[in-house]
Design a protein around this ligand. Structure first.
Ligand code: ASP
Length: 580
């Protein structure tokens, strides 16, 4: 077969030439005895005209939507009256048509793809992937991979593949388990990340590693989560936090430049975790717009307004003029996110009306000065325990963004760092301390002395998150390289020495064999591409994703297996087990 060009590569210079194209019939229309076809390949679409008396007509007449065809014809400019500028001004006058394959009538109109039920799209993913949007997303993804490889190879990184069948890696989710036939009753875990292996590669002296690593986490699914997903995983030896961040910034800029032609501004702003939570109520703040909170705890402390007087924290956000209905809706958002309510005030000249206005006479001047709320605007307050209050107001801030399209006024892409996360977090449910990033993250050296004291919640981690438009697209840390500190860390999260040995004995041994100072990061690659492409879900940038019940609707996985196969694995289903 002699394809002379991809459709998208045809240029005005081809005018008058005979070309041979291969692709799918996007659409067919019959008009005035002529057949008009749209032929599509991965690079574009072109109109093909088949005249009734041409040798191509009989074969062209067999073509239907999604048939595969080879078309030979003369590439030429359309009649002047039909020109609109661009590639669409050209068409092919067919001289020969060959049906390369027939196709069943597609179960959905490809051009309506975005509006078709997602389950149908996922069931016929191979058709869905033919659509221009999906082709664009996957090409963007591939370009980003090329850019990553190009950059990291030039920076001296080595690619190493780490195992899929392995032992549990603690990243805070449930493991997917794989039974071992050769060792009945024993299980592998699929990696939640290559964390321990990449640290072992540093101990092994590779200095700089990366991998596009498939990771597995058994958690409830959302638009930006999949049970198996891709990380761009990296680790570097002999570095401090600033070295990692600086290299990451250059890498991110390179990826945006190569894949999208977008120039990012370096360096990325850095916020501490405390500041991000205090000002935006999120550890992944969307900084394309402002609307930071003001702290007004001091204005109400010990005062008459009981709801605020004893609160650990009172935060306020200034919003545009809101209707009662909008305030009710925002209050619902605040409550869903842990607040008891959402107090409000409307500015009317130099005073406030509505909501809690009768309680704030003494604070009016100060509230106006601190918030700068414009005439007619609304102040929204959350009060209570610090984390609950800021988180609830953070959710309100995002709801305001969506309501008033606040991000539209900012840059298309805003990348920032959140740093100085707490090392440990107290889990109210289990009443135990747990790690915030993972247990291999190094604490800030100045805070080491707090391990094992009642203040261990104040230990800062040398951990950092990369945030793009309000999405966490990467996270990493400087690692513990001193076995002593690693032991202290395990003790702080309540691991006995035996438990630590049982889970991570091999790793503890390795740490004691000459571990260089090291650190790294992993990018949530699917999520990054989702934001870069403007898609609303990571399923739009993954070729064959699962739906939100974790099912592959095309291959029909997961699926039952027969008893014999279970028997080989030494397994038996519990008949009483509830159906999912
Ligand atoms: N393994 C970490 C994660 O998956 C990333 C890192 O610390 O490098 O979040």
């Amino acid at each position: 077969m002699k394809r002379t060009a991809l459709i998208g590569h045809l240029t005005p210079a081809h005018a008058g030439q005979t070309v041979t194209l291969q692709g799918w019939v996007n659409r067919r229309r019959d008009l005035g005895g002529l057949i008009f076809l749209e032929l599509r390949d991965r690079s574009g679409v072109v109109q093909v005209q088949v005249e009734p008396d041409s040798a191509a007509f009989a074969e062209a007449d067999r073509l239907r939507a999604e048939f595969v065809a080879e078309i030979e014809g003369v590439y030429q400019q359309r009649p002047e009256s039909q020109r609109k500028g661009g590639a669409a001004d050209f068409e092919v006058i067919a001289t020969r048509v060959k049906v390369l394959n027939t196709a069943k009538t597609p179960p959905f109109e490809l051009e309506k793809g975005g509006d078709v039920a997602e389950d149908i799209r996922l069931k016929y993913r191979y058709l869905d992937l033919r659509r221009a949007d999906m082709q664009r997303n996957l090409f963007l993804r591939s370009k980003a991979v090329t850019a990553v490889t190009e950059f990291l190879d030039a920076e001296g990184f080595i690619q190493v593949e780490t195992p899929m069948l392995t032992k549990s890696t603690p990243e805070g989710a449930r493991d997917f388990l794989v039974p071992s036939r050769l060792n009945p009753g024993e299980f592998y875990a699929l990696p939640q990340s290559p964390q321990l292996f990449k640290q072992l590669l540093m101990i092994a002296g590779f200095d700089r590693y990366y991998q596009l690593a498939r990771c597995f986490r058994d958690e409830d699914l959302r638009a930006d989560r999949q049970p198996d997903f891709t990380q761009l995983d990296m680790e570097l030896s002999f570095v401090e936090q600033d070295d990692v961040l600086e290299l990451q910034e250059r890498l991110m800029a390179h990826v945006f430049r190569r894949a999208l032609g977008v120039e990012l501004t370096l360096p990325f702003p850095r916020l501490s975790y405390q500041e991000a939570m205090d000002r935006y109520g999120s550890d992944k703040p969307d900084l394309r717009f402002g609307s930071a909170f003001e702290d007004v705890t001091d204005l109400f402390q010990g005062g008459d307004f009981k709801a605020f007087a004893d609160a650990q924290t009172v935060k306020v956000i200034a919003a545009p003029e809101l209707t009662r209905k909008q305030i009710d809706e925002l209050e619902r958002v605040a409550k869903q996110n842990g607040a008891r309510g959402l107090a409000w005030l409307k500015r009317d000249g130099d005073a406030f009306t509505g909501g809690i206005s009768k309680f704030v006479a003494a604070q009016t001047a100060e509230l106006l000065a601190r918030t700068g709320v414009p005439e007619g605007g609304t102040l929204l307050f959350a009060a209570g325990e610090w984390k609950k209050a800021v988180s609830a107001l953070g959710a309100v801030r995002l709801a305001l963004r969506d309501l008033f399209d606040l991000a539209a006024g900012g840059p298309q892409f805003h990348v920032s760092w959140v740093v100085d996360f707490p090392q440990l977090e107290f889990d109210e449910d289990s009443q135990t301390w747990t790690y915030m990033h993972h247990p291999f993250t190094a604490p800030h050296p100045d805070d080491l002395k707090l391990f094992g004291t009642p203040q261990q919640g104040e230990i800062r981690a040398q951990a950092y998150d990369l945030v793009l438009n309000g999405f966490e697209v990467g996270g990493g840390s400087i690692r513990i390289h001193d076995p002593e500190v690693q032991t202290q860390m395990f003790a702080a999260i309540g691991f006995t020495e035996e438990q630590a040995r049982e889970k991570f004995g091999f790793f503890m041994d390795a740490l004691a064999h000459g571990t260089p100072p090291h650190g790294g990061i992993a990018w949530g690659f699917d999520r990054l591409i989702m934001v870069m492409s403007g898609a609303q879900s990571i399923r739009e940038v993954i070729a064959f994703p699962k739906n939100n019940r974790g099912a592959d609707l095309m291959a029909l996985a997961p699926s039952p297996v027969d008893t014999a196969q279970l028997g080989d694995l030494g397994l038996k289903l519990d008949e009483a087990a509830p159906e999912a």
